[in-house]
Design a protein around this ligand. Structure first.
Ligand code: CTP
Length: 450
């Protein structure tokens, strides 16, 4: 008996898939089809798959060509499957020519000609209107947004708005997008907005964008006051608009996996969380000199508060801030201590002090540790009482990682998101509330936005 194996996502099942499976079956007597899981697709950069795993398996089954269907969960699995199922022929479409030659030592590798003019990517693009995204503010982070958005099918970067029109123009020329001098023209030209302006301006821009009927993805910290977050989220909800805070860590696959393990009970009941993120900056950098951008808590605090709020929630009994401030009153090193009914946590951030930059989640049966840069989670370990027992997890974190939040933003707009738990309104509001408390205690209102 000749055994054949092939793999694919089979999203929005189409003729190309059908013909591939038909010919794969004809290569032998028994065909095994591997269908990718959503997590695997996300980690290899295939975002926005529309059909669920069950639907994709059902569609492969319906063709009648597959004698057995398995799921493909990780890279490296093909090699193991070929040995386990004693495969004679591995086959895929010609878009992969050469890429699986390394399997030739174990079985025959056949590249079947790909059916022309059809792909899941094309169907996904046809199914949905492309969301035209406009950027407000054109600093460092906006520079990263444009190349990242190119990895997400279904969005296009339409243009940029900045009250300093000259600066917007230079940015627009560089990235070959439009620059808008008047906010009204900008809003007319876009469906959704990405806000990457100084923190203190976020609230007004979000409000204006929502009032123009636009969906909003706003860089962290979304706003600096609890009431502002509540008002904006409720306005967005009431008007069926999406408002999301862009803390990139929250949307990346590795961090989602880490949280899943933390909350699964694998390390018992969680008692302590320590999250640290520090960055050395030039003493004259804007984070250390300009209230619009700094200091350490407004700049980095969202990252270190995220795992604490995700795991322990918003019900802390006590919160304390300790900061080291520069002469200008800006904090350059801050520790937030949380006391919960059954646990404690510390969030540490710094722009002028270098520390270890680790995330540690300790429980009654073990602990999870992710080293810097854990905010771009690609690797973490789970340790137990027995020092010899260590579980290791890795996930891909592609590029600058903004593609994950852009992808979730798009699927939320399209109503197909299964990812709303990744950063909820309540969690964003809780983070805004902590920032507000900190600014009141550390700076006093008179300094804010100065
Ligand atoms: N395939 C094919 N002809 C097509 C499209 C896909 O022969 N027009 C083959 C692929 O080469 C692969 C299998 O079908 O062996 C599953 O491919 P998959 O990646 O799921 O489909 P695509 O349409 O290529 O998906 P995408 O556009 O998301 O890459």
């Amino acid at each position: 008996m000749t055994k054949v194996i092939t793999y694919g996502t089979y999203d929005l099942f189409h003729e190309g898939h059908y013909r591939l499976l038909q010919r794969a079956k004809q290569l032998g007597d028994y065909l095994i089809v591997g269908v990718t899981t959503e997590d695997y697709d996300r980690t290899r950069g295939k975002l926005n798959v529309i059909d669920s795993l069950m639907t994709r398996i059902e569609n492969v089954k319906k063709t009648g060509f597959a004698d057995e269907i398995i799921i493909e969960e990780a890279s490296g699995q093909k090699f193991r499957d070929i040995q386990r199922y004693q495969i004679d022929i591995f086959t895929v479409g010609s878009d992969w020519t050469g890429q699986f030659d390394y399997l030739k030592d174990y079985c025959k590798v056949v590249y079947l000609e790909r059916t022309k003019n059809i792909s899941s990517t094309m169907l996904r693009a046809k199914n949905k209107r492309i969301q035209r995204i406009g950027i407000i503010g054109n600093g460092r982070i906006a520079e990263r947004f444009i190349p990242e958005a190119k990895h997400v099918s279904g969005v296009s970067t339409q243009g940029v708005y900045n009250p300093h029109f000259e600066s917007a123009l230079r940015f627009a020329e560089k990235w070959e997008i439009n620059a808008y001098e008047k906010a009204e023209d900008f809003y007319k030209a876009v469906d959704a907005v990405y806000i990457a302006s100084p923190h203190g301006t976020h609230y007004e821009y979000i409000k204006a964008a929502l009032e123009h009927g636009k969906h909003v993805l706003c860089e962290k910290p979304m706003v600096l006051e609890k009431e502002q977050a509540e008002e904006l989220f409720s306005y967005a909800k009431g008007n069926e608009l999406v408002l999301m805070e862009g803390i990139k860590t929250a949307y990346c696959p590795g961090f989602t996996n880490l949280l899943g393990i933390a909350c699964s009970g694998r390390i018992g009941a969680i008692r302590n969380i320590e999250a640290c993120f520090t960055k050395l900056e030039h003493p004259k950098s804007r984070g250390l000199t300009d209230f619009q951008y700094g200091g350490s808590l407004t700049e980095l605090g969202s990252y270190v508060m995220l795992p604490i709020i995700k795991v322990f929630g918003r019900g802390y009994d006590q919160i304390l801030f300790h900061s080291i401030n520069g002469d200008n009153g800006l904090d350059y090193f801050t520790k937030i201590s949380f006391k919960y009914p059954n646990g404690i946590a510390t969030a540490t951030c710094g722009l002028g002090v270098k520390s270890e930059g680790r995330l540690l989640i300790a429980g009654t049966e073990g602990y999870i540790v992710a080293e810097a840069p854990w905010w771009k989670t690609s690797y973490f370990e789970v340790h137990y009482e027995d020092p010899g027992r260590v579980e290791k997890f890795s996930d891909r974190f592609l590029g600058e990682g903004l593609r994950y939040e852009i992808s979730d933003f798009l699927s939320t707009i399209n109503g197909s998101s299964k990812n709303k738990f990744k950063l909820t309104r309540g969690e964003s509001t809780a983070i805004a509330e902590i920032i507000e408390k900190f600014l009141e205690e550390n700076r006093g209102h008179e300094n804010m936005g100065a």
